[in-house]
Structures are given as C-alpha cells and as structure tokens.
Ligand binder design. Structure first.
Ligand code: FSO
Ligand code: SF4
Length: 564
C-alpha cells in the first residue's frame, strides 16, 4: 500500500512498505487501501462522463452527483476501514458510472464531438469482477498514488494533483454534510466533476493548471461551507455562547461522536423521555450552541471526553453505547466493540452499522438501559462554545472599540484538527503563552488542546477564547475576518489577525485551500507539512502566501514573532 494523505503518515513520508508499514498508521489495511484507491480511480471515470454530459448537453443526475460525494467521503482518513463496504461501494460505482455514461451519450448524440470515446478511468469496466474482493484489490493496488506518479508529467504536477484530490475529498465531505442539512449546489457538483475529470487526464495537466484547479477547489469549498452554514443555522438557529458541562451526570447514557447534527437530532428525538442522557463527543460539542438543539432536548446533558484520538480510553470507560456519525473513528477495542455503532459512510468490519433508525436504533436504546450508566454525579465543570459568526459579529462593536483602545492588540485563529502526536501541545503552548490583550478564535477538534483552560478575559471583559464550532464552521471565522476588514476598510491581511493551524486530514486540506483562495497570508501550519507536497510546491506556497511550518523545536520563537 501507499498512502500519504494525512498528517500522521508514517515517518512524515508515507504509509508504505518502504517506510516499514504493513498497514496505515490509522489502522487501514492494504486491502482496504487498495479498494479505496480503486473507488477513487473509478470515481474519476464517473466524473469524466458526468462532466462532459453537463458541458455538452447541460445534463446531470442527482444520484450520480450524490454518489461521488459519498464515495470520496468514504475514503477520508479515519472514516471507513471496512473492506466489505468498499466492495459494495464499487458495485454502486458501476451503476453510477452506467448512469453517467448514458447521460454523456445522450448529451453528445448527433453532435460532432471528437472525443466520443473517453479514455483512462472511464474505460475501466469492473462488471466481471463485482463482488470478488480479492480481484478488485489486485486492481486497486495498481491505480493509487504511485500510478498517478507515473502518469503525471513531473513530480510537481503529481504533488499538485494529490493536493487537488485531497482538497476535493474534504470538499465532498463538507458538501455531504450540507446535503444532509438540505443544501446542495449544481455549481459545486459541476466543479467536483470537472476537477476529478482533470485528474483522470493527469498526463495532459500542467503544474500551473493544477495549481489553478486547487485554488478553485478552495473557492468551491468556500461555497460549500456557506451552504453548510445556511443548512445548520437554518435548521437549528444561530449558535449562541453556551456553557457545556464536561463532567458526567448520574444516569443511563449514550455518547454521539463525529460531526453530523442531523444524526444527533435523530438520537435526541428517539431517546427523549426514555431516561437516557445523551453526551456529545469530539466534534459534536458545538451542537450545544444551537438554540433549537439545546432548548428542545434537556436530556442532552454534556460533552464527554475530548478529541478523537483518545477514544480507545474514553469509549472503554463510557458506561453506555457510542454512535460514531462521521470521522474520526479509530480501531474499536474489545472493551467496547459490542456497543459502538457507525452511521453514514463510516465503517469498521464487525462493528454494527445503523442504516435504518426504526429497525436498528431500538437495540441501542435497550443496550443503554441495560448498562449501568454513570452511577454518580461528578462535580460540575464547564467549557463554553457557540461563538458562531452571528454571536461574534454581535460583539463586533466591542471588539473594534477594544482594538482601537489597545485593550485587544491581536486576534489569533488557533485550531483546526487535532491528532495524536505529543508535539501538538505546540498549539496549546502558543495559546497559553499569548498576553491578555490577545483574543483567540478556535474551531475544529484542535480546540480540545485549550478549551478547558482558564483564560482570563481581556481587561475590557471580552472572553479570551472564542470557540466558533466544528471544523465545518470555518466559514464563521472567514465571515468574522472579512467583516473586520470591512470595518477597517483594509485588506484582510492588514488586520491584526494571525493563524496557527493544526491540520490532520483532508477536510483540513479543503479549508487550507479556501484560505489560499482568499489570499490569506502567513499561515503557520503543522505539526508536519503535508508529505504530498514537493519542495518546489512548498516553495511556491511559501513565496506566494508565506505558508510556513510551525516551529516545533522552539515555540517561543513563534510566539515572539506572533506577538511582535
Ligand atoms: Fe477533527 Fe477528525 Fe473536524 Fe477532522 S474529528 S480531525 S479535520 O476528522 O474533521 O476536526
Ligand atoms: Fe497513513 Fe493517513 Fe493514509 Fe491512514 S490515511 S494510511 S495514516 S497516510
């Protein structure tokens, strides 16, 4: 296997035999990795047809559009490790390809179009191999990262192609979240298909063209995040600052992890009045900020645990079932394998998957009722979330006054996604090292490095740490930055605003591309820089955008630079 799509890749290079990996650091097996590679490759073929059907005939099929979101999302880091599920995805991919191909044939029928026969991934036909995991795996081993390396005209084009692919995966994941909340966009689907089709024709792409596509991916992801914001605030109201209990309450319990607010809502509805307390975990903590969740469901009692990487210990100790709605899932341990459930595109072989709420969720309720739950109340501790764009912008006058009087000297965006490496304490150390005149915006599961620490408010009383929500809510941070730039009638890069971004997987790549598309400069990124970026590509990012790796060896040096 060869995979280097996330930050924790082996030795900062790749999860591959060359680095001594028999499987991914995340737990992905070579079998699953190959089937994922095949699904991505096949999806490029679907996109080739879907893209040209749209270009030549204005034709599209929403089932094809949605399938590509799911197929890309399922290959994100820490989402789906179940090889059997990928065999099913591949059968569905063939059906989607056939529908896209028919659309394309209809679009070009009777027209003088030279490329009536498409080559590359579009030519692949898996019909004789469907259901045969071993044979599919063999082909999958031939069409992954190394195959793209051979096809690319040069190493930098290969690197930019990988950047684009991972950005597309993240964008597709966010678009899937938005779709679940009722928001979809034809323009988003059109771009995903165009870009995937370009990757299918890697030999004819230039580095310039791929860089442009990567920035357009950032632009598309901005539109997706706006849709996602409209979906979540439209359904649940604008987040408001809210104290969230972080210690257990006596009673039966279910924990819900991941990012999916609709799944959380469904669980809250189905557990209401059943004597079960529901806890958020990981990226679902910000659900408490939404008035229509918090106020409607008093049995949503608190947040349990921290970011995803501690789940082996935390889920083992949790005295009830756990439902994982999206990433990040890690190998379920024996201690809780019989009481962890997956949803949506998430999967692990042997772990129960909830497809149908009515028939499958009652068993989860029964399990929660049969388990001891928390046997006593623990002393109450809280953290605060809910500083979405509306809440922060309602404080904008106070923030602007505080900046004008010098009470606030700098704003910092510190956060993103967390990971398991010990050196990620860098982000906490930067946050705690900042003076009292610094206000910190945070989001994503990276917030757990700092959200339970006591930050004194600024002298003027503005809270020092503002949790803007999930990584899905990066749109809020962008809106706040652009609104401040409008107040000061300046470029967003001239604001007293700095960035220390922790990245982990491909959603973070999509947000990073959005930041580049917006022209945001001097982003400090880490802990490691993406292994898929060549020195030349890194140099382009450094020269054009001032992107720099965080200084892990000497965080004080970074701190001094950021305060200055
Ligand atoms: Fe975290 Fe995982 Fe939200 Fe990521 S839970 S690491 S960027 O999948 O999605 O921040
Ligand atoms: Fe390795 Fe990350 Fe790929 Fe998993 S997703 S195999 S940890 S690079």
């Amino acid at each position: 296997m060869m995979c280097f799509q996330c930050e924790q890749t082996k030795h900062g290079k790749a999860c591959s035999p060359a680095e001594g990996s028999v499987q991914g650091v995340c737990g992905k097996t070579p079998e699953t990795a190959a089937l994922q590679d095949l699904l991505v490759h096949y999806s490029m073929g679907i996109a080739q047809y879907a893209h040209l059907a749209r270009v030549h005939g204005g034709l599209s099929d929403v089932s094809v559009d949605r399938f590509l979101l799911d197929s890309l999302f399922s290959t994100l880091t820490n989402v789906n490790f179940d090889a059997d599920r990928f065999v099913v995805f591949l059968a569905e991919a063939e059906e989607a390809r056939d529908r896209a191909k028919s659309l394309y044939e209809k679009a070009v029928a009777g027209k003088q179009i030279e490329s009536a026969h498409l080559s590359g991934p579009a030519e692949m036909d898996l019909s004789a191999l469907q259901g045969q995991a071993g044979k599919l795996e063999t082909i999958g081993h031939m069409v992954g990262v190394n195959h793209r390396k051979e096809l690319a005209p040069n190493p930098d084009a290969w690197s930019l192609g990988e950047l684009l692919l991972y950005g597309l995966k993240g964008t597709a994941a966010y678009a899937d979240h938005a779709r679940i909340l009722g928001k979809e966009s034809e323009a988003v689907y059109a771009f995903i298909h165009e870009a995937m089709a370009a990757l299918a024709n890697l030999p004819s792409q230039s580095t310039e063209g791929l860089l442009k596509l990567a920035l357009r991916c950032g632009e598309t992801n901005l539109e997706v995040m706006e849709l996602l914001d409209a979906g979540s605030t439209g359904r649940y109201g604008h987040p408001r600052p809210t104290e969230v209990r972080t210690t257990p309450v006596k009673g039966k319990c279910i924990a819900v992890s991941g990012h999916d607010l609709r799944d959380l809502e469904e669980i809250l509805k189905r557990t209401a009045g059943r004597g079960i307390n529901v806890y958020t975990h990981g990226e679902l903590l910000p659900a408490f900020g939404y008035p229509k969740i918090r106020e409607a469901y008093p049995h949503l009692v608190g947040n349990y645990g921290g970011a995803w990487q501690a789940q082996k210990v935390e889920f083992a100790r949790f005295p009830g079932p756990v439902v994982v709605t999206t990433n990040c899932l890690i190998e379920p341990q024996k201690a809780y394998k019989d009481r962890i459930y997956t949803r949506g595109v998430v999967g692990w072989r042997g772990v129960k998957h909830i497809k149908d709420w009515d028939s499958q969720f009652p068993a989860v309720i029964e399990q929660a009722l049969a388990m001891p739950g928390f046997t006593e109340d623990k002393p109450k501790n809280v953290t605060t979330t809910g500083y979405g764009r509306d809440a922060v912008l309602s404080m904008a006058g106070d923030i602007v006054n505080a900046i004008n009087t010098g009470d606030i000297k700098q704003l910092y965006l510190i956060g993103g996604c967390d990971g398991a490496e010990a050196n990620r304490t860098y982000f906490r150390d930067i946050a705690t090292g900042l003076p009292r005149d610094a206000v910190i915006l945070t989001l994503g599961c990276g917030k757990y490095r700092m959200n339970k620490l006591p930050f004194e408010p600024t002298l003027g009383g503005i809270p020092r740490l503002l949790d803007m929500g999930q990584c899905n809510d990066a749109y809020s941070a962008i809106k706040v930055a652009t609104a401040l730039a409008e107040v000061y009638k300046c470029d967003v890069n001239d604001l007293p605003l700095q960035y220390a971004i922790s990245w982990f997987e491909q959603k973070a790549v999509a947000v990073f591309l959005t930041m580049l598309f917006l022209g945001l400069k001097n982003i400090k990124l880490g802990p490691q820089l993406p292994a898929f970026l060549t020195p030349n590509v890194l140099q382009i990012l450094a020269d054009t955008y001032g992107v720099k790796q965080v200084n892990l060896a000497d965080h004080d040096a970074d701190l001094k630079e950021m305060i200055a």
